[in-house]
Design a protein around this ligand. Sequence first.
Ligand SMILES: Nc1ncnc2c1ncn2[C@@H]1O[C@H](COP(=O)(O)OP(=O)(O)OP(=O)(O)O)[C@@H](O)[C@H]1O
Ligand SMILES: [Mg+2]
Length: 771
Amino acid sequence: MSNDAPLAALVRTRRLSVRFTQEELAERAGISVRTISDIERGLRRFVYRDTAERLAEALEVCGTDKEDFILVARGRAGAHEPGVQRPGRVSSGRNRVPIPPTALIGRDREMEMLLGAFREGSIRSISLTGPGGIGKTRLAVEAAAAARDIYPDGVFFVPLTSCESPARVVPLIAEAIGLIEPGTRTVADLSAHLTTAAILLVLDTFEHVLAAAGSVADLLSGCDRLTLLVTTREPLCIRGEHVVALPPLGLPPVGSADLSSSAAGRLLLERATAAKADLVIDEEASVLLGDICRRLEGLPLAIELAASRVRHLPLVKLREQLDARLSLLTHGAADLPRRQRTMRGAIGWSYDLLDSRERSLFRSLSVFRGGWTLEAAQDAWPTAQGDVVETLGALVDKSLVVLNGVQSQVPRYSMMDVIAEFAREQRDRYGEGPPLLRSHASYFLSLVERTEKKFGTSAQEEAFEELLAESDNLRAALEWSLTEGDAEVGLRLGAAVWQFWRAAGYLSEGRTWLEQALRATVGGSQELRAKALWGACWLAFQQDDLRSTRLYSEELLEVTDDGEASLMRRNALTVQAMVHMAEGDFLAALTPLERSAEITDASGVSWYVATSKLNLALGLLHLRQLDEASSLLDQALELYVRLGDHRFAARAQTYRGHLELLRGDAGRASDLFLRSLRSFNEVDDQDGIAEALEGLAAASAAAGGMDQAALVLGVARHTRERSMSKMLPFERALIDRWLDEAQEALGEERWADLLGQGSALDVAAALELVS
Ligand SMILES: Nc1ncnc2c1ncn2[C@@H]1O[C@H](COP(=O)(O)OP(=O)(O)OP(=O)(O)O)[C@@H](O)[C@H]1O
Ligand SMILES: [Mg+2]
């Protein structure tokens, strides 16, 4: 968690060092225990300046440390820190350059070469190639971290390990650099965004998606200050690609007891003493270790696997066994390149040394994509042949499984690529694939259906974080359900998770899954179908694709037209009304809006009750029935606050801002927009931020602050551009009048100039500007 949420680590460490409980800190700082707890769990990554200062004081941080603390707390530390720029609607930190837990050994020449090339700038596409386990990713990560100062617009890490489809490469890059759909993100979109940005993109594990090499080449030629560092087992073969075939680590000379003069020797020594602190390293041991390095050809991953065994195997035995296993291999599998054979041999050897329980768990774990939790591992291990914690721990000790994020509340485990491939092969040899894939899908279905219950409550952000961490597993489960498995499982998955897709900005991807699932399950349960259609409607609507929204909504109305006043019927009517409003026909929207409010009132389900009131209020605002709208908004806001849904509470606040604006009270409107801007900023909701800023710009203009209006609108436009979100026509209708006035008053030139100045500001600067 500390890498992902620097504030979490900072507050926790500091609090423990001054020996406060969370409660004591909360009291001293005058903030809630809940806030402290959310910060420490990484659920809140930034706080306001005021809160930051109070925290710093309560934690007794002073001087320059205090300034640094406040920067971290405000989310501004190292504006050039990799990935900090990612403004996802659901912040993930997944694209930060990972911080390795151990130091890099050797690779001085390669580091020098890479940094030299980055600085010089003439080579803009470097591919690190070599077999699995040779250290491509490791070197790329180090080089990226060291290159931060060279790329003022950022260094971004794009893991492609779990990316099965070349078509997803461009969207993944877009996501990494903070561009969120709607709409399909194309190379052209990306190039337009990156034209002048000085950025280093690390594309890790490209061999899965070689067919995307063309798009990457186009991207490169469209952006002249972009540099690519790719790790791949095979070159991309694009123009200008500079291939660096990574050699293994340098070996100690034959018979030498001097391990420290070679990188392979140092790595083995370091890992072996980490595994067994009391390992005696005399001359004989050093010579043996040197032999092992050479036998393993200086392949770092093979060395790590061997090192993890020194705890239980005397060095002589270890060398003997490796020798036997690897000689065997040299005779067979002749079609593989030698180093690859050695690597596989080392993995096979490690696997053979496992006991049968460990082997069985190891094979089962191969079903996961993008890591797993302890609970998931438990579920994947069919007959619970032992204690999963203990067996998993044994696999970690033997370097076959990696434990990530020890400090986080829910630790995650993963496997290195080559090891995962080996595990999948073993699993398939045992014919364990189909039942494992089935139970994987059903595990994630129940996880999603459980998590879904938290949507619209104060636990929503936590739920989104969890789903984000499981995105690759969800994709794998959907893929399996819709191709080999049970399509209804896919439909249930999509229907339960679409609200997360919407919040995370996975609009096209989510729609594709839902459409695929809807096609694959004609004739299934009406209720389930309605839920999935409802999702498809909203995802399409959010993309401003009214045609598709209308089509889905017609089917949704049909499916729910059984005379029952169900919540699904309410959803169908709401979407119908939204389509009318988007077309500018507010009168036509009124009937379905009123009907849905009636249904929800009768249902008594608070979130729906609130949301139907909110929607109806929006319609009424446009029809200038302001008093009625006002009372509905008050009721909705109260319900959201009670439920703890901060996003929707902020949305209600924005609408109230519009209401005051229509009533002619620009000061009150401004206050309300400001409040909603702060709330949206807290949860990093880019759409919401943009809407609140637009309202604020209109309120400034209404109060005669024309310069401020243009500046704030500039910030809003930039926010929209970055997140590629569009203003809906009925949103624009609420503010156009005032913005037109401002534009007219300022004149074309000044207006454009101020908009441009505004687009260079961030939300925090906008807040300062108007506060
Ligand atoms: N120079 C090094 N110093 C320390 N550890 C290293 C070094 N090179 C590699 N390692 C370690 O060796 C293991 C394998 O390295 P890495 O994952 O970078 O291989 P890779 O070439 O990217 O493999 P793959 O093709 O499977 O992705 C990792 O645990 C990594 O930390
Ligand atoms: Mg790698």
